[in-house]
Ligand binder design. Structure first.
Ligand code: UN1
Length: 485
């Protein structure tokens, strides 16, 4: 099942603990011919897996759910060690995969299509879902178990076989997850794992002629090139990409609630969620007060190794991410001319000296068009943008090329309903932060965040299956649609 584990390739890459800078192990990168072997295995397995009744496929998912539950703690610790998120959140990540397995296991006994009358007599019409074939799944490091689960479980349930290419920053989580699937009874070849860089292994995989579907979560830049490649070969392609998510705080909001929401949305997972709050749009009337309290609380966040239960914010995932955050803070200070209110530097206290830690950073008096208010930073950096009205707040929130998640804090029901309609995002929260999506609702975004698909819930079935229309004529004569009356 796991091609990477028995690979003869010699190129190895290190897995680095971002909290300590220590190498946890080295992993073998797949060669292009090993990618071919994985695709061949998936293609072969597809021919029989597609014929397994969906309820039976669902039972295997249920078994995977039980194994995930049993190993929740060990998996969470693996995640924390290799990508740095705090244990509590890592447990949540595994829980999200457990929920996803449970959801799609039940879907095995639904997978509903439609029946509908024919315009002709003695003719019966229905639509059914069909599998697509071999799916390439390219996943990021920030949700090392949850995001692969969003793709693998619906893909398998629909009768496809898959090749997972996880991020090189979280290979061990993927290996353990794939082992669980194997133990749960997923047949040989139905789930394959290849490790390595996106530019080599990912490219070989997504361009392989036998791969019929590519599902990618990552940056808009990489997504654009994967999408272009997939279009040339008419592969189905689902892209879930960047965000520049905002939380609106109106003058009538419960400010305590809005404050907790902003802190969690901005600094949870060290700001490394596609749904992270990176802009807080605050009404002028409460701006000063809200900002002072946010700065005070941000400075108190306990930074450290995520393995310690008391830690509230772990490190950035790697050195490149640290450099990116540092570069954006310089842009904010020098090019944009925003006011740095707190943070703005690497965090090196005590045991954090060798890790990729960065202090929670707030910029005040930001303007919507500034680069730090427009570009995805993927770190603990937030712009506070003052506005004078509800209309201006909505306009500011929408003033971005992205459209993943948005939030509004207000007590005014008219504003709530207008915000639900007018916020241009795939996910909208009311009196809750921009993070915290549940697995049975559609997940994804508009504008440059996505290409029209949604993961999770029944929406993901539309990614991983094709509709087939079926007409059964039992009249015993030739009937012509649109012609016979
Ligand atoms: C992501 O933002 O990268 O909605 C995924 C959430 C999580 C998933 C986030 N359930 O915050």
């Amino acid at each position: 099942m796991s091609q990477a584990l028995r690979s003869p390739s010699t190129h190895r890459f290190p897995n680095i603990d971002p909290a300590t800078g220590q190498v946890l192990g080295t992993y073998v990168e797949a060669t292009p011919s090993e990618v071919d072997v994985a695709v061949e295995a998936a293609q072969k397995a597809y021919l029989s897996w597609r014929k397994v009744p969906a309820p039976k496929r669902g039972e295997i998912l249920l078994k995977a759910m039980e194994l995930l539950k049993d190993r929740k703690e060990a998996l969470a610790r693996t995640e924390t060690r290799e990508m740095g998120k705090v244990l509590k959140e890592a447990r949540g990540d595994v829980q999200e995969a457990i929920d996803t397995a449970f959801y799609y296991a039940g879907e095995g006994r639904r997978l509903f299509g439609q029946t509908t009358p024919s315009e002709l007599s003695e003719k019966f019409c229905l639509s059914i879902r069909s599998p697509i074939g071999v799916c390439a799944l390219i996943t990021p490091w920030n949700f090392p178990i949850a995001i692969p689960s969003w793709k693998i479980f619906p893909a398998l349930l629909c009768g496809n076989t898959v090749i997972l290419k996880p991020s090189s920053d979280a290979p061990e989580s993927a290996i353990q997850f794939v082992r669980i699937l194997q133990e749960a009874g997923v047949p040989e070849g139905a789930v394959n794992l290849v490790l390595g860089r996106g530019s080599t292994v990912g490219a070989a995989l997504t361009q392989h002629p036998q791969v019929r579907l590519v599902s990618f979560t990552g940056s808009s830049q990489v997504g654009a090139s994967i999408g272009a490649g997939a279009a040339q070969h008419f592969k189905k392609c689902s892209l879930e990409m960047g965000g520049k998510n905002a939380q609106i705080v109106m003058e009538d909001a419960d400010l305590d609630l809005a404050l907790e929401g902003a802190l969690w949305g901005a600094f949870g997972t060290t700001g490394q969620r596609c749904t992270a709050t990176s802009r807080v749009i605050v009404h002028r009337e409460v701006y000063q007060h809200f900002t002072e309290r946010l700065v005070e609380r941000a400075q108190k966040i306990r930074i450290g190794n995520g393995l310690q239960e008391s830690t509230e914010m772990g490190p950035l995932v790697n050195e490149a991410q640290l450099h990116q955050v540092q570069a954006y803070v310089e842009i904010g200070k020098n090019q944009d001319g925003a006011r740095l209110l707190c943070g703005g530097k690497r965090y090196t206290e005590g045991a954090c000296a060798d890790g990729f830690f960065y202090a929670p950073t707030l910029f005040g008096e930001a303007r919507p068009q500034m680069r730090i208010a427009q570009e995805e930073i993927f770190g603990p950096v937030v712009c506070l943008i003052p506005v004078r009205s509800f209309e201006e707040a909505l306009e500011t929130l929408n003033h971005t090329e992205y459209g993943l998640s948005g939030s509004i804090y207000t007590r005014d029901v008219r504003r709530v309903l207008r915000a639900i309609q007018e916020i241009e995002t795939g996910i909208t929260y009311v009196n809750a932060p921009t993070i915290g999506a549940e697995v049975h609702l559609p997940f994804g975004g508009v504008k440059h965040t996505g290409n029209g698909h949604r993961e999770a819930g029944t929406a993901a079935l539309d990614i991983f299956s094709e509709w087939k229309a079926v007409y059964i004529d039992y009249s015993g004569r030739l009937q012509k649609a649109q012609i016979d009356s």
